[in-house]
Design a protein around this ligand. Structure first.
Ligand code: OSB
Ligand code: MG
Length: 377
């Protein structure tokens, strides 16, 4: 059954460049340019939908790139969505489920239909998702730095600003010593975790076991992106919970990983799992199994963060999100005003209808590298 809704009259995919403040260095390498993909819809009543498909520029995190995501969104995902038997996000997601992989493209299109539905109904994304929390706790994910002292300074700054959790990027040679120094500096009570972005192998089990001493909330993605079985093996020899990021690209991946003990903690990114509908199912799965869950980030603009923030308001999210505001990542945001982290380390979930943040059309236009208009039948 479909609700009576004004039809979509215009649909486009945009590739825009975001003004990164500094390179982001991780176990997969350096990210020093940030192009992202936007999906923009308008219906007959003039309501707008915005979505972001935040793959990275390069294929070093996952196979998806900005360019591949742009192409799949324009050529397949958005056309399938526009021909779906209804405008509801779950119906649209189902229509796109024929697409294998390409999760960021599908997620960006789906977010545009979520925000369009919220705009048309005069409600918020949070209400549409059934979220209860009005503020969500956040942490920072810290780039690999030149020196340990540099990291210690940034940790101190963020903790003074209120952030509720510190996530350190690690790689072989930038791990035990760093973690020992940060734990020593912050004391035993601060929530601390590490993210290896797939930089280790099972041969490194001794180095990874040394991290067990530092009471980390989790070790995120120590092994390769497609190494689910090996993570189960590693988890059996670590007391620190493994968190999976890259390996979890669908609801079924999360279910399998939990079934075989490949992780005890889940990083959920809507882009990486193919959208907010899949994300809501994953949140319910983790809640029902009592698994630690938090929302990760892809250095999205405020357009993508809007969906993440609404998602974090639903039941099941037990840990602070990776939700550094634009002031930490970019010269400015595509939404204005954007969100900020309060002194208590929380971010307000937007309470304005639709996307929840006003999009700066002038900035989007100035940053657009290419644009494809998709025919609406
Ligand atoms: O591994 O969580 C990750 C950014 C890009 C790609 C992968 C990751 C990250 C982050 C940044 O850690 C978190 C954020 O968006 O604030
Ligand atoms: Mg990660």
């Amino acid at each position: 059954m479909t609700v009576d809704r004004a039809p979509v009259v215009s649909a486009e995919v945009l590739e825009v460049s975001l003004p990164l403040l500094r390179p982001f260095v991780t176990g997969f390498g350096v990210t020093d340019t940030r192009r992202t993909v936007l999906v923009h819809l308008r219906d007959e009543d003039g309501h707008e939908g915005w979505g972001e498909a935040p793959a990275l520029d390069h294929p070093y995190y996952l196979p998806d790139t900005t360019a591949s995501t742009y192409l799949i969104a324009a050529e397949f995902a958005l056309p399938l969505a526009l021909n779906a038997p209804g405008l509801e996000p779950a119906v649209v997601a189902d229509a796109m489920s024929r697409i294998k992989g390409n999760t960021f493209a599908r997620a960006g299109v789906e977010e545009a239909f979520w925000s369009l539905q919220a705009a048309a109904a005069g409600t918020t994304l949070r209400m549409l998702m059934g979220g209860e929390r009005e503020r969500v706790p956040v942490g920072e994910s810290l780039s690999i730095a030149e020196t340990v002292d540099e990291t210690l300074e940034e940790v101190d700054l963020r903790l003074r600003e209120g952030y509720q959790r510190i996530k350190l990027k690690i790689r072989p040679g930038w791990d035990v010593e760093l973690v020992a120094a940060v734990r020593e500096a912050v004391g035993p009570d601060i929530l601390l975790q590490v993210d290896a972005n797939a930089a280790y192998s099972l041969d490194d089990v001794d180095a990874l076991r040394r991290l067990d001493e530092y009471n980390l909330a989790c070790i995120e993605q120590p092994l390769a992106w497609d190494a689910m079985l090996e993570h189960a093996e590693l988890q059996r020899s670590l007391s620190t919970p493994i968190c999976l990021d890259e390996t979890l690209r669908s609801f079924d991946d999360v279910r399998r990983a939990l079934d075989i003990g490949a992780c005890r903690n889940v990083n959920l990114k809507p882009g990486r799992v193919g959208g907010l509908t899949a994300s809501l199912r994953i949140a319910e799965l983790c809640r029902s199994r009592g698994v630690a869950l938090w929302c990760g980030g892809m250095m999205e603009s405020g357009i993508g963060r809007a969906g993440n923030l609404a998602l974090c308001s639903v039941a099941g999210f037990t840990e602070p999100a990776d939700m550094s505001p634009a002031s930490v990542l970019f010269e400015w945001d595509l939404v204005d005003p954007t969100f900020a982290v309060g002194p208590d380390g929380t971010v307000a979930v937007p309470d304005a209808p639709g996307l929840g943040f006003p999009v700066r059309l002038d900035r989007v236009a100035a940053q657009t590298l290419r644009r494809t208009v998709v025919k609406v039948s």
